[in-house]
Design a protein around this ligand. Structure first.
Ligand code: FDA
Length: 321
């Protein structure tokens, strides 16, 4: 018997991701000021000053940071330019505060926010915007990682990655263990100098392209992790899963990887004590730190992953003040 069919969590997850698309619900929830509890816990604030302060605090505790700007859905080239400018200003501010040296604080980009979905020209618009951000990151002494979005964008994003890496070989890739294709993508990406973030995947994907059962996703994660840890690249192990963190440590021992040849990555506000424990243990840890007014879609994905987050979120939105 396939017990996965009885598991309600994929349904809950898909339902939540779908319900969240309704405009009226979205508008009501977005009106909750950013200062409220849950938003504060998972999002660094609304502007560059706020995220720079949070990054400084994280860096002072020995953690590294990757910053994601949560902009509006990008509907035209002008909005894509605004998002690019936001990143350029941010990199300048981080650099002025001495936070970007040695890649301590870097940035994560969503190509959709830089114009990828804008018809025939979208690919080129996003690529040119990403290139400018990479140039600014290089000047600031840091790196850039390209987030991965839903499966319809995977090929285009990996193509942009290849093009950017011609000039900026340190640009990081993201792969999602829930996709059937990812073990093969990991083999292609596990070469020298290649920074690769492995995550489980956060979008509602059809079974034609993605594993649906949690246990199948976890098994795929381990297969992908083995490929990356045995390869010549720089694995970035993005998960809060205690079992996967443990397996990563065991694989590092087995493959003779030094502590500075890979890093753990976790989201802001999730398992902060574990982040600190890993740092105290001599491991490299980077905290994915989102900021900006448009936090709704990001938080819905976090809630879909963990009902406990949903209760916390509901309490924060319903309680005034
Ligand atoms: P999962 O959600 O299955 O949780 C496994 C276990 O971790 C839980 O059983 C629990 O023990 C522990 N845990 C999880 N959440 C917890 C919490 N709130 N408190 C305490 N324990 C908790 N996705 C994507 O599609 N594209 C992308 O580009 C990225 N980028 C990215 C960067 C980074 C740095 C991270 C950490 C994640 C992403 N993601 C992502 C999101 C990712 O795909 C995934 O949705 C989340 O990381 C949740 O998956 P976990 O691996 O944590 O496992």
């Amino acid at each position: 018997m396939n017990l996965g069919v009885l598991d309600p969590s994929p349904l809950l997850r898909r339902g939540l991701l779908e319900v969240s698309q309704h405009d009226s619900l979205r508008n009501a929830i977005e009106k909750a000021p950013i200062s409220r509890g849950v938003v504060n816990r998972f999002v660094a604030g609304a502007d560059n000053d706020a995220v720079t302060d949070v990054s400084e605090e994280l860096a002072s505790s020995g953690r590294m940071v990757t910053i994601d700007y949560l902009g509006e859905d990008t509907l035209d080239a002008e909005m894509a330019t605004e998002t690019k400018q936001q990143y350029l200003d941010l990199l300048e501010q981080l650099s002025a505060r001495g936070l970007t040296a040695d890649g301590r604080v870097e940035v994560s980009l969503k190509l959709s926010a830089l114009g990828q979905a804008l018809g025939h020209e979208g690919h080129d618009i996003a690529l040119e915007n990403a290139r400018e951000i990479c140039r600014a990151a290089a000047n600031a002494g840091t790196t850039v990682t390209l987030d991965m979005e839903d499966h319809s964008t995977t090929d285009a994003t990996l193509q942009s990655l290849r093009e950017l890496r011609q000039d900026f070989p340190w640009v990081g890739a993201v792969v999602q263990a829930y996709l059937h294709r990812t073990e093969s993508d990991c083999r292609d990406l596990a070469h020298e100098g290649s920074r690769v973030r492995l995550c489980k995947g956060a979008y509602a994907e059809p079974e034609s392209v993605a594993y649906q059962d949690k246990s199948d996703v976890d098994k795929s994660y381990v297969r992908c992790l083995k490929v990356l840890m045995a390869g010549d690249g720089y694995p970035m192990v993005a998960s809060h899963d205690p079992r996967l963190v443990e397996i990563t440590g065991a694989l590092a021992d087995r493959t003779g990887r030094s502590a500075d040849s890979f890093e753990y990555q976790m989201l802001l506000g999730i398992r902060p004590d574990e982040q600190k424990r890993l740092v105290a243990d001599g491991s490299r840890v980077r905290v994915y730190t989102p900021y900006g007014d448009q936090w709704y879609g990001y938080l819905v994905r976090r809630m879909a992953e963990r009902p406990a987050n949903m209760a916390f979120f509901a309490r924060s939105v319903l309680t005034t003040g």
